[in-house]
Design a protein around this ligand. Sequence first.
Ligand code: JEW
Length: 273
Amino acid sequence: MRIDVITIFPEYFGPLSVSLIGKAAARGDITFGVHDLRHWTHDAHRTVDDTPFGGGPGMVMKPEPWGEALDAVVAAGGGAGADALLVIPTPAGVPFTQQHAARYAAQPWLIFACGRYEGIDGRVADEARSVLAVEEVSIGDYVLAGGEPAVLVMTEAICRLLPGVLGNAESATDDSFGFGGIESGGPMAGLVEGPSYTRPRVWRDREVPPVLLSGDHAAIARWRRDGALRRTARNRPDLVARLAAQAPGALDRRDREVLSEAGFPVNAEDVAH
Ligand code: JEW
């Protein structure tokens, strides 16, 4: 997979040479190209911003350097741009989810455009759409100062799904959201993970739950599901509501009992029993 990033802060992407992603890049499984937007400016001050038409606070990124940068990066990657997907982080984008990460991981070529200031002149995305697929995405409901941290976040979520990037192939399918949500039908579908434990068995007078040492795999699976249900009820009531509404068959009697004890009655009939 090829990933190009266009930014006014190329040094922000040092972390891409660290850890799992760094090793994947060193092996050649991922090829990164980080490009300084100012390379495509032509004035002495290398200006990338200007005042917003219509007034308002702050500055907006000028379209010309972006147009030239995208033309050059697309041309260097083989032309037409037909197989590249342009991803533009913005607080006004579609929420980025694990489903996006999986779909992006299946692309041969991603180009990320990192804005700063109040964002990029709106014509840049419109123009790019005449040449390639363009998606505006948000990594969460908070406002960053620019797209760079969002690109690091998305790159990590995408690259850990690439074959060979994660040591244990199961880790990517078993973790929170890695099961792909309710429709995946997996045993933990639609829930976040409960707590996990390692050695020592006793630490600061706290014992690891004995069931995990019992060797009883059915009891362990049930205990883990209880923990997942409790943590999902506490931290992500939205996910429990979705599960109860869209996949009521996914909740058995014990699930409903655990949710009820966690103060999350799934329906009136369960509360009675
Ligand atoms: C984010 C890129 C570039 C993504 C998520 N755009 C914009 C904007 C900014 C501040 C105020 C209003 C609009 C800053 N900014 C970005 C912010 C991505 C840029 C400039 C971003 N939060 N924030 N999920």
